[in-house]
Design a binder for this molecule. Sequence first.
Ligand code: ADP
Ligand code: MG
Length: 253
Amino acid sequence: ASPGSPLIKVEKARKAFGGLVAVNDVSFEVPAGRIVGLIGPNGAGKSTTFNLITGIASLTSGSVYYQGEPLTGDSPRQIARHGIARTFQHAKILPEMTVLENVALGAHLRGSAGVFKSLLHAERAEEATLLTEAARQIERVGLGGYRDRLAGDLALGQIRIVEIARALAADPAVLLLDEPAAGLRHGEKQELSNLLKKLREEGVAILLVEHDMGFVMGLVDHLVVLDFGTLIAEGKPADVRQHPAVVAAYLGT
Ligand code: ADP
Ligand code: MG
Protein backbone atom coordinates (compact mmCIF):
# COMPACT_ATOMS: atom_id res chain seq x y z
CA ALA A 1 0.00 0.00 0.00
CA SER A 2 1.29 3.48 -0.82
CA PRO A 3 2.03 5.80 2.14
CA GLY A 4 -1.12 7.54 3.35
CA SER A 5 -3.63 5.09 1.89
CA PRO A 6 -5.91 3.71 4.63
CA LEU A 7 -4.99 0.20 5.73
CA ILE A 8 -7.37 -0.02 8.66
CA LYS A 9 -10.67 1.76 8.80
CA VAL A 10 -12.71 1.65 12.01
CA GLU A 11 -16.29 2.73 11.34
CA LYS A 12 -18.73 3.46 14.16
CA ALA A 13 -17.24 0.65 16.21
CA ARG A 14 -19.22 -0.10 19.33
CA LYS A 15 -18.61 -2.52 22.16
CA ALA A 16 -20.99 -2.92 25.08
CA PHE A 17 -20.28 -5.13 28.09
CA GLY A 18 -23.78 -5.48 29.48
CA GLY A 19 -24.83 -1.91 30.27
CA LEU A 20 -21.32 -0.51 29.98
CA VAL A 21 -20.45 0.98 26.58
CA ALA A 22 -16.66 0.55 26.49
CA VAL A 23 -16.35 1.80 22.87
CA ASN A 24 -19.04 4.17 21.70
CA ASP A 25 -19.40 4.46 17.88
CA VAL A 26 -15.74 5.28 17.30
CA SER A 27 -14.42 5.95 13.76
CA PHE A 28 -10.83 6.53 12.60
CA GLU A 29 -8.28 5.30 10.07
CA VAL A 30 -4.73 3.98 10.16
CA PRO A 31 -2.90 4.83 6.92
CA ALA A 32 0.15 3.00 5.53
CA GLY A 33 3.50 4.38 6.68
CA ARG A 34 1.98 6.47 9.47
CA ILE A 35 1.89 6.32 13.24
CA VAL A 36 -1.53 6.93 14.77
CA GLY A 37 -1.71 7.45 18.52
CA LEU A 38 -4.76 6.26 20.44
CA ILE A 39 -4.75 7.94 23.82
CA GLY A 40 -7.08 8.56 26.72
CA PRO A 41 -7.36 8.08 30.48
CA ASN A 42 -7.59 4.64 32.09
CA GLY A 43 -10.79 2.87 31.12
CA ALA A 44 -11.27 5.06 28.02
CA GLY A 45 -11.65 2.01 25.75
CA LYS A 46 -8.20 1.86 24.14
CA SER A 47 -7.47 -1.83 24.73
CA THR A 48 -11.03 -2.76 23.82
CA THR A 49 -10.62 -0.89 20.52
CA PHE A 50 -7.50 -3.00 19.88
CA ASN A 51 -9.42 -6.13 20.70
CA LEU A 52 -12.13 -5.16 18.22
CA ILE A 53 -9.57 -4.63 15.45
CA THR A 54 -7.74 -7.89 16.16
CA GLY A 55 -10.89 -9.98 16.56
CA ILE A 56 -10.34 -10.81 20.23
CA ALA A 57 -13.58 -8.99 21.04
CA SER A 58 -16.62 -8.97 18.76
CA LEU A 59 -18.27 -5.72 17.68
CA THR A 60 -21.66 -4.91 19.18
CA SER A 61 -22.18 -2.80 16.05
CA GLY A 62 -20.11 -0.98 13.45
CA SER A 63 -17.30 -2.30 11.26
CA VAL A 64 -13.57 -2.68 10.92
CA TYR A 65 -12.11 -2.78 7.40
CA TYR A 66 -8.65 -3.88 6.29
CA GLN A 67 -7.70 -2.56 2.86
CA GLY A 68 -11.37 -2.01 2.15
CA GLU A 69 -12.50 -5.51 3.17
CA PRO A 70 -14.62 -6.00 6.31
CA LEU A 71 -12.97 -8.12 9.01
CA THR A 72 -16.29 -8.93 10.63
CA GLY A 73 -16.45 -12.54 11.77
CA ASP A 74 -12.75 -13.27 11.13
CA SER A 75 -10.88 -15.04 13.94
CA PRO A 76 -7.83 -13.44 15.57
CA ARG A 77 -5.66 -15.89 13.65
CA GLN A 78 -7.23 -14.99 10.30
CA ILE A 79 -6.87 -11.29 11.07
CA ALA A 80 -3.21 -11.79 11.98
CA ARG A 81 -2.70 -13.62 8.67
CA HIS A 82 -4.08 -10.62 6.78
CA GLY A 83 -1.09 -8.67 8.11
CA ILE A 84 -2.21 -7.12 11.40
CA ALA A 85 0.10 -7.90 14.34
CA ARG A 86 -0.16 -6.72 17.92
CA THR A 87 1.54 -6.62 21.27
CA PHE A 88 -0.36 -6.83 24.53
CA GLN A 89 -0.62 -4.37 27.41
CA HIS A 90 0.81 -7.01 29.74
CA ALA A 91 3.95 -8.70 28.42
CA LYS A 92 3.49 -12.13 26.91
CA ILE A 93 7.16 -12.91 26.67
CA LEU A 94 8.34 -16.35 27.82
CA PRO A 95 11.15 -15.63 30.31
CA GLU A 96 12.69 -19.13 30.22
CA MET A 97 13.12 -19.05 26.45
CA THR A 98 15.80 -17.16 24.51
CA VAL A 99 15.13 -13.97 22.61
CA LEU A 100 15.50 -15.95 19.37
CA GLU A 101 12.95 -18.57 20.47
CA ASN A 102 10.49 -15.91 21.63
CA VAL A 103 10.65 -14.13 18.29
CA ALA A 104 10.49 -17.42 16.34
CA LEU A 105 7.13 -18.08 18.02
CA GLY A 106 5.84 -14.93 16.35
CA ALA A 107 7.17 -16.01 12.97
CA HIS A 108 5.11 -19.14 13.21
CA LEU A 109 2.15 -17.77 15.01
CA ARG A 110 1.04 -14.64 13.28
CA GLY A 111 -0.55 -13.66 16.54
CA SER A 112 -2.64 -16.44 17.99
CA ALA A 113 -2.63 -19.29 20.50
CA GLY A 114 -1.35 -22.81 19.96
CA VAL A 115 1.98 -21.63 18.65
CA PHE A 116 3.90 -23.46 21.14
CA LYS A 117 2.70 -26.79 20.03
CA SER A 118 3.22 -25.73 16.44
CA LEU A 119 6.82 -24.78 17.09
CA LEU A 120 7.53 -27.98 19.00
CA HIS A 121 6.04 -30.07 16.23
CA ALA A 122 7.42 -28.08 13.32
CA GLU A 123 9.47 -29.91 10.74
CA ARG A 124 13.17 -29.23 11.05
CA ALA A 125 13.32 -27.40 7.72
CA GLU A 126 10.43 -25.22 8.72
CA GLU A 127 12.02 -24.60 12.09
CA ALA A 128 15.22 -23.44 10.39
CA THR A 129 13.20 -20.96 8.31
CA LEU A 130 11.47 -19.65 11.42
CA LEU A 131 14.77 -19.16 13.23
CA THR A 132 16.31 -17.39 10.23
CA GLU A 133 13.35 -15.04 9.99
CA ALA A 134 13.44 -14.46 13.76
CA ALA A 135 17.14 -13.62 13.63
CA ARG A 136 16.47 -11.15 10.83
CA GLN A 137 13.81 -9.36 12.91
CA ILE A 138 16.08 -9.27 15.97
CA GLU A 139 18.72 -7.49 13.86
CA ARG A 140 16.04 -5.17 12.46
CA VAL A 141 15.08 -3.94 15.94
CA GLY A 142 18.71 -3.59 17.02
CA LEU A 143 18.89 -6.48 19.52
CA GLY A 144 21.34 -8.64 17.55
CA GLY A 145 23.66 -8.91 20.54
CA TYR A 146 20.90 -10.40 22.74
CA ARG A 147 19.73 -13.19 20.44
CA ASP A 148 20.75 -16.10 22.65
CA ARG A 149 20.02 -14.51 26.03
CA LEU A 150 17.07 -15.65 28.10
CA ALA A 151 14.26 -13.17 27.63
CA GLY A 152 13.71 -13.08 31.40
CA ASP A 153 17.22 -11.65 31.91
CA LEU A 154 16.61 -8.55 29.77
CA ALA A 155 15.69 -5.07 30.97
CA LEU A 156 12.05 -4.05 30.56
CA GLY A 157 12.84 -1.72 27.65
CA GLN A 158 14.51 -4.59 25.79
CA ILE A 159 11.63 -6.96 26.53
CA ARG A 160 9.24 -4.48 24.95
CA ILE A 161 11.41 -4.43 21.84
CA VAL A 162 11.52 -8.25 21.77
CA GLU A 163 7.71 -8.19 21.79
CA ILE A 164 7.79 -5.85 18.81
CA ALA A 165 10.26 -8.12 17.00
CA ARG A 166 7.95 -11.05 17.67
CA ALA A 167 5.02 -9.15 16.17
CA LEU A 168 7.18 -8.15 13.17
CA ALA A 169 8.16 -11.77 12.58
CA ALA A 170 4.69 -12.33 11.12
CA ASP A 171 5.61 -9.70 8.49
CA PRO A 172 2.64 -7.40 9.19
CA ALA A 173 1.61 -4.29 7.27
CA VAL A 174 0.07 -2.94 10.48
CA LEU A 175 1.48 -3.06 13.98
CA LEU A 176 -0.75 -2.45 17.00
CA LEU A 177 1.14 -1.62 20.19
CA ASP A 178 -0.65 -1.49 23.53
CA GLU A 179 1.19 0.84 25.94
CA PRO A 180 4.71 -0.12 24.83
CA ALA A 181 6.26 2.75 26.84
CA ALA A 182 4.51 1.99 30.16
CA GLY A 183 7.01 1.68 33.00
CA LEU A 184 10.04 2.45 30.82
CA ARG A 185 12.81 4.84 31.80
CA HIS A 186 13.45 7.97 29.79
CA GLY A 187 16.33 6.49 27.78
CA GLU A 188 14.33 3.36 27.02
CA LYS A 189 11.40 5.44 25.79
CA GLN A 190 13.80 7.31 23.52
CA GLU A 191 15.08 4.06 22.01
CA LEU A 192 11.56 2.75 21.53
CA SER A 193 10.55 5.99 19.86
CA ASN A 194 13.51 5.77 17.47
CA LEU A 195 12.62 2.20 16.57
CA LEU A 196 9.01 3.12 15.78
CA LYS A 197 10.21 5.98 13.56
CA LYS A 198 12.47 3.54 11.70
CA LEU A 199 9.58 1.12 11.16
CA ARG A 200 7.43 3.95 9.86
CA GLU A 201 10.14 4.80 7.33
CA GLU A 202 10.07 1.18 6.22
CA GLY A 203 6.38 1.62 5.47
CA VAL A 204 4.80 -0.10 8.47
CA ALA A 205 1.54 1.41 9.73
CA ILE A 206 1.46 1.68 13.51
CA LEU A 207 -1.47 2.14 15.87
CA LEU A 208 -0.04 3.06 19.23
CA VAL A 209 -2.09 2.97 22.41
CA GLU A 210 -0.53 5.12 25.09
CA HIS A 211 -1.53 6.50 28.41
CA ASP A 212 1.44 8.88 28.36
CA MET A 213 0.66 11.87 26.16
CA GLY A 214 4.25 13.09 26.40
CA PHE A 215 5.57 9.96 24.69
CA VAL A 216 3.21 10.14 21.71
CA MET A 217 3.48 13.90 21.11
CA GLY A 218 6.82 13.88 19.32
CA LEU A 219 6.16 10.59 17.56
CA VAL A 220 2.72 10.25 16.02
CA ASP A 221 1.38 11.72 12.78
CA HIS A 222 -2.21 11.63 13.94
CA LEU A 223 -3.78 11.47 17.36
CA VAL A 224 -7.14 9.99 18.35
CA VAL A 225 -8.39 10.76 21.87
CA LEU A 226 -10.93 8.57 23.67
CA ASP A 227 -12.68 9.35 26.92
CA PHE A 228 -15.30 7.03 28.45
CA GLY A 229 -15.45 5.14 25.14
CA THR A 230 -16.13 8.22 23.04
CA LEU A 231 -13.82 9.87 20.50
CA ILE A 232 -13.50 13.41 21.87
CA ALA A 233 -10.84 14.78 19.50
CA GLU A 234 -8.54 13.78 16.65
CA GLY A 235 -6.00 15.46 14.39
CA LYS A 236 -2.40 16.63 14.46
CA PRO A 237 -0.88 16.17 17.94
CA ALA A 238 -0.13 19.88 18.41
CA ASP A 239 -3.75 20.80 17.64
CA VAL A 240 -5.32 18.00 19.63
CA ARG A 241 -3.46 18.81 22.84
CA GLN A 242 -5.00 22.30 22.84
CA HIS A 243 -8.51 20.92 22.50
CA PRO A 244 -10.60 21.90 25.56
CA ALA A 245 -12.19 18.43 25.85
CA VAL A 246 -8.73 16.83 25.84
CA VAL A 247 -7.40 19.22 28.46
CA ALA A 248 -10.47 18.54 30.60
CA ALA A 249 -10.18 14.74 30.21
CA TYR A 250 -6.52 14.79 31.21
CA LEU A 251 -6.84 17.25 34.07
CA GLY A 252 -10.03 15.61 35.25
CA THR A 253 -11.97 18.87 35.28
P1 ADP B 1 -8.23 1.35 28.47
O1 ADP B 1 -7.40 0.35 27.72
O2 ADP B 1 -8.42 2.63 27.73
O3 ADP B 1 -7.70 1.61 29.85
P2 ADP B 1 -10.28 -0.70 28.35
O4 ADP B 1 -10.59 -0.82 26.91
O5 ADP B 1 -9.42 -1.74 28.96
O6 ADP B 1 -9.70 0.75 28.66
O7 ADP B 1 -11.64 -0.68 29.18
C1 ADP B 1 -12.72 0.19 28.82
C2 ADP B 1 -13.87 -0.09 29.76
O8 ADP B 1 -14.43 -1.37 29.47
C3 ADP B 1 -13.50 -0.11 31.23
O9 ADP B 1 -14.56 0.46 31.96
C4 ADP B 1 -13.32 -1.58 31.52
O10 ADP B 1 -13.57 -1.85 32.87
C5 ADP B 1 -14.39 -2.20 30.61
N1 ADP B 1 -14.04 -3.54 30.16
C6 ADP B 1 -12.95 -3.88 29.41
N2 ADP B 1 -12.95 -5.20 29.14
C7 ADP B 1 -14.06 -5.71 29.73
C8 ADP B 1 -14.63 -7.02 29.79
N3 ADP B 1 -14.05 -8.07 29.19
N4 ADP B 1 -15.79 -7.17 30.49
C9 ADP B 1 -16.37 -6.11 31.08
N5 ADP B 1 -15.90 -4.86 31.05
C10 ADP B 1 -14.75 -4.64 30.38
MG1 MG C 1 -5.63 -0.62 28.17
